[in-house]
Design a protein around this ligand. Structure first.
Ligand code: G3P
Ligand code: MG
Length: 240
């Protein structure tokens, strides 16, 4: 059985402002195997890293991310730490290139920007030579499918937040390698069945010791956690 990989969800977001360069750097320092981040587009079509559709919760600004130009967006400061701002995806890739961690790039697409993924995200993964260690994921399965058609060799994973009737049949149609599921939506036998078929199973967001041990026991390929330090300590003590 493989050792479960620990992905820092939005970086080391339990201790640092989520999706900031500091949260990513601290995740690597803590020893996380991978980093999860959320990508969407500015008004002038630059991919940037932020979770919400609006800047309201995280920054001192107000409004939809897609209504800001990059220059306007970069003037905003994070509420939790005014020395931090929203990073661009390219800035992140430039930094991460020499660090040997996995990257889970979650595409927070809207219908209107679905077409921009192949043009604006995929070439950057190639430019920085990280395709081999990147995983594309999205709740927008059409966007994921489109990316898969364009770059079949990049691993992709469907995000699900609800129970499904027949996940393996659906995944086959979609042509992805993985399923990233909300921690309570799949039962142990469903996980086992998907794993037997070769799918990579990674639950989110796994923040308690009990949940961590549960998914290590199930042999999940990875977990997403806000506390990579805790997950690493739990994994160290974990005995099958
Ligand atoms: O990629 C796993 C997880 O990040 C999906 O949910 O809302 O935290 O982006 P969310
Ligand atoms: Mg995410």
């Amino acid at each position: 059985m493989v050792q479960t990989k620990i992905f820092a969800h939005r970086g080391f977001s339990g201790n640092y402002p989520e999706n900031t360069m500091t949260a990513f750097k601290e995740a690597v320092k803590a020893g996380a195997d991978g980093i999860e981040l959320d990508v969407q587009f500015t008004q002038d079509h630059v991919p940037v890293i932020i979770h919400d559709r609006t800047v309201n919760r995280m920054t001192d600004g107000k409004g939809f991310v897609c209504d800001f130009s990059l220059a306007e967006l970069q003037k905003l400061r994070m509420k939790e730490d005014s020395s931090e701002r929203i990073p661009t995806f390219e800035e992140f890739l430039h930094w991460v290139e020499p660090h040997s961690v996995y990257l889970n790039v979650e595409l927070k697409t809207e219908l209107k920007d679905r077409g921009e993924i192949p043009e604006l995200i995929l070439p950057l993964l190639a430019k920085y030579g990280v395709e081999e260690r990147a995983i594309l994921s999205s709740f927008d399965h059409k966007a994921l499918h489109a990316a898969k058609q364009k770059k079949p060799h990049i691993e992709s994973a469907a995000l699900i937040h609800q129970a499904m009737m027949n996940p393996s049949k659906y995944l086959e149609t979609l042509g992805v390698e993985g399923i990233h599921f909300k921690a309570s939506t799949l039962l142990m036998d469903e996980v086992a069945e998907l794993q037997e078929k070769g799918y990579h199973l990674r639950p989110y967001t796994v923040n308690t010791v009990d949940q961590m041990n549960q998914f290590f026991t199930w042999g999940c390929e990875g977990i997403f956690t806000d506390y990579p330090d805790l997950a690493l300590a739990v994994r160290k003590e974990f005995k099958r």
